[in-house]
Design a binder for this molecule. Structure first.
Ligand SMILES: Nc1nc2c(ncn2[C@@H]2O[C@H](COP(=O)(O)OP(=O)(O)OP(=O)(O)O)[C@@H](O)[C@H]2O)c(=O)[nH]1
Ligand SMILES: [Mg+2]
Length: 176
């Protein structure tokens, strides 16, 4: 199982998502500090909302296998800049919560996430658990472990550490 790190503004639905992923009934708990569980790391929304704390998000992210930007479908503005993935050395995905909101604008949030560099975007409703199984399916496979030398080799050919080697070879062939 991949360990997922959740970041997003307060009320985005991060803690509810951890509960839905664990199969628990939703119960509201304001996140006061970063909580590390077995498969999830849940951060308080205030980290994403303050430029002074946001550096902490990058530090916590190194404890996880995959980083998720969590944004509610009815969020009125975007906290995350384009190309966010460039300073996070992990796969970046997006999770759109509250798809049941009457004010939901899923295509707009999806666009923000794609601009940030999210390689996958999942749409969920934490209350009804719609979309949770798709996310669990993605998380269930462990990332392959690699040695430091293997990581350095991938860097030397301009490849992210989690991308398969044959993917790059295919691209190089195509560009010839
Ligand atoms: N309708 C609906 N409400 C949701 C959904 N997900 C979360 N909520 C509600 O949104 C509120 C905030 O959810 P939290 O999961 O506590 O939000 P958070 O991102 O952890 O917030 P902080 O801990 O402050 O960072 C709660 O009242 C949840 O019940 C969803 O998918 N649909
Ligand atoms: Mg929370």
């Amino acid at each position: 199982m991949k360990k997922i790190f959740l970041m997003g503004r307060s009320e985005a639905g991060k803690t509810s998502l951890t509960q839905a992923l664990r199969g628990e009934e939703l119960h509201y708990v304001k996140t006061q500090y970063t909580n590390t569980g077995e498969d999830t790391i849940d951060s308080p929304g205030e980290y994403a909302e303050s430029k002074y704390f946001s550096l902490g998000l990058a530090c916590f992210s190194f404890e996880a296998d995959v980083i998720a930007v969590v944004q509610a479908a009815d969020e009125p503005y975007n906290l995350f800049g384009p190309s966010l993935h460039t300073f996070i050395q992990r796969p970046l995905i997006g999770v759109i919560t509250k798809t049941d909101s009457p004010y939901a604008n899923v295509p707009m949030i999806r666009q923000w996430m794609e601009n940030a560099g999210c390689e996958r975007v999942f749409e969920v409703n934490n209350k009804t658990r719609d979309g949770i199984n798709e996310l669990l399916e993605y998380l269930k496979e462990d990332l392959p472990r690699m040695s430091f030398e293997e990581a350095l080799y991938r860097q030397s050919i301009g490849l992210s550490e989690w991308e398969p080697l044959n993917h790059m070879i295919g691209q190089k062939k195509q560009s010839k």
